[in-house]
Design a protein around this ligand. Structure first.
Ligand code: MF3
Ligand code: CO
Ligand code: CO
Length: 277
């Protein structure tokens, strides 16, 4: 039997639940997400000037929390399922959910900073890669191709297309470089809920999954490994690393499906979506 996918038209003031339905938002939801997405992007823009060898991930997290609070927003990750920080900072072979702390950035590190300010109850979820000093050529290539994977996934996110078309586009591009696409973590519906249906897998079969409809809000956040795709979570319960210790990169945007294509809520207002910045 074909899988059923339920859609739900929601107003911006309506209480929403994680009930498995795919929410379809109206103009007020778009406005709210533009605001949350813009702040998230501005915070990552500011990180460009903060990331350098010698800085700790805890210092970056403190700066990020300060920027959110100054803007009247709240870090959505703070207290989320017991997470106690305002960002995730994932260095080198860390795939995602790296916990900020005393770790000092060193020359040649590649790192992902993932931020989600909660603005008037809406989540702007985005992440980018950054370079501390000068990484190796193979590290920079991985980062550039991972950004291309995100943008190819977004290009496939069209009204009338299927959710699986996104993962198919991402995987096809990563395969050309023999990179591994992480399966354990996915993109997700986003809005007034941080993590909602649908699950946006980054390796999928074209033509499968729910139809993409105008008003859907979700993230695309491919995690691409230089080596095998396999991940494991460390004993802290959060930090996900590559099993083969190979480098990993990730970029994330929060987007909407529109009548004519899509809208990226978290684009950098200064064009700094991908290094070199
Ligand atoms: N921002 C992450 C995402 O892209 C989620 C982080 S949840 C946390 O979905 F608790 F680890 F912060
Ligand atoms: Co996300
Ligand atoms: Co995120």
């Amino acid at each position: 039997m074909a899988a059923m996918h339920q859609y739900q038209l929601v107003d911006s003031d309506q209480t929403v639940y994680r009930d498995g339905t795919i929410k379809l938002h109206g103009p007020e939801g778009f406005d709210a997400m533009r605001k949350a997405g813009r702040l998230a992007a501005e915070i990552l823009d500011a990180c460009v000037d903060l990331v350098r060898p010698g800085v700790t991930t805890g210092q970056l997290d403190d700066a990020i929390r300060g920027m959110m609070l100054d803007a009247g927003a709240v870090p959505a990750t703070l207290g989320y399922r017991g997470y106690a920080h305002s960002s995730c900072i994932s260095i080198n072979h860390v795939i995602c959910h790296g916990i900020p702390g005393d770790k000092v950035l060193k020359d040649g590190d590649i790192l992902n900073i993932d931020v989600t300010p909660l603005v008037d109850g809406w989540h702007g979820d985005t992440s980018r890669m950054f370079y501390a000093g000068e990484p190796s050529l193979k590290a920079k290539k991985l980062v550039e191709v991972t950004y291309e994977c995100l943008m190819l996934g977004i290009a496939a996110a069209q009204p009338g297309a299927r959710l699986g078309d996104i993962g198919a586009a991402i995987e096809a591009h990563a395969n050309q470089f023999r990179y591994g696409v992480v399966r354990e973590f996915c993109g997700h519906g986003v809005g007034r809920l941080f993590h909602d249906a649908p699950e946006v897998v980054h390796a999928a079969k074209a033509g499968t999954g729910p139809e993409l409809k105008p008003g859907m809000f979700f993230t695309i956040e491919p995690m691409i490994n230089l080596g095998k795709p396999w991940a494991k979570v460390l004993g802290d319960g959060w930090t996900a690393v590559t099993r083969d210790k190979s480098l990993s990169a990730q970029f994330e945007h929060s987007i909407a499906i529109t009548e004519t294509g899509n809208e990226i809520f978290t684009k950098s207002p200064t064009g700094r979506d991908c290094p070199p910045y």
